[in-house]
Write a protein that binds this ligand. Structure first.
Ligand code: 76R
Length: 245
């Protein structure tokens, strides 16, 4: 049998996507809407305090298209904290106006294929417990590595897999400064094997990296992809305008 790769695992991750029920939002009184927004912004302030203490991180994006309206991405040291966030948010007034669109549970992952990431190196710790960038655009999608005849990733030799991922990382590094990627592993947690979260200043860079990587052998032969979600950043200060009806 081929040898499993060891991983370094960091913060637990929840992608939580919601659709706004604009009809009931419009029918609510302006006092109700105001108090819902106020409470929601207080939650965001509370999460910001967690981020300032480096005990977690989060971002909020407006999803483009009909798949959802809002996408939250939360990172926390434990899985329990993810359910705490979810439950507290579900109990809030604003959540009464939201429908569940999608969710994804995973953990920040670095795999030990290439030159070793020393676990105590601060740069490794920063990658395992990243403060998420608040860049203008996000793309999130799940992926698998295929287990199909000759193209079974899980029966490919360790050295060969390391070589294919090295080629992959060379494509990735061309996008330094334009794309920030966070790979989260979801074996045993969710329906796919990894979550891929990409941040960009220019949405075209999202298209370019995903397209270019399709031609890397590791994606061409082994990559299988789920649903894609693309979004635009929503800053706390822009929430009033966004929710104004
Ligand atoms: O250790 C490292 O992080 C550097 C080498 C590296 C690994 C091991 C690396 C670099 N990746 C690795 C592993 Mn990646 N990555 C993806 C996608 O759409 C697609 O075709 C694939 C989705 C993107 C866009 C991307 C970007 N990578 C992985 C793994 C785990 C494989 C395993 O364990 O079997 C997956 C699923 C995956 C998928 N990757 C990079 C990038 C970018 C931009 C880099 C360069 C980062 C940098 O060095 O700055």
């Amino acid at each position: 049998a081929a040898e499993a790769v060891e991983t370094l695992d960091g913060w637990y991750c929840l992608h939580d996507l919601r659709t706004i029920d604009w009809t009931s939002w419009k029918y609510a009184s302006s006092e109700e809407r105001e108090s819902a927004i106020h409470e929601f912004k207080n939650l965001l302030t509370k999460w910001e305090a967690v981020e300032n203490e480096e005990n977690g991180s989060h971002v909020l994006y407006k999803v483009v298209g009909q798949k959802a309206d809002l996408m939250f991405m939360f990172l926390r040291p434990t899985m329990d904290e993810l359910t705490d966030i979810e439950t507290e948010f579900n109990k809030s007034k604003f959540a009464e106006f939201l429908l569940h669109a999608h969710s994804y549970v995973s953990v920040v992952e670095l795999s030990k294929y290439g030159p070793q990431h020393a676990e105590d190196d601060p740069r490794t710790q920063e990658r395992l417990k990243p403060i998420l960038p608040k860049w203008e655009h996000i793309s999130f999608y799940p992926m698998n590595k295929s287990r199909d005849g000759e193209d079974n990733w899980y029966s490919v030799d360790f050295k060969e897999r390391a070589k294919l991922l090295y080629e992959h990382s060379k494509t990735g590094r061309k996008y330094a400064g334009n794309i920030k990627q966070i790979i989260t592993g979801s074996f045993g947690f969710d329906d796919w094997e990894w979550g891929v979260t990409l941040f960009a200043h220019d949405p075209l860079q999202l298209k370019k990296i995903v397209y270019e990587m399709r031609f890397d052998e590791v994606s061409a032969r082994f990559g299988e992809f789920g649903e894609f979600f693309v979004g635009n950043h929503l800053a706390k200060d822009d929430i009033d305008a966004y929710l104004h009806v």
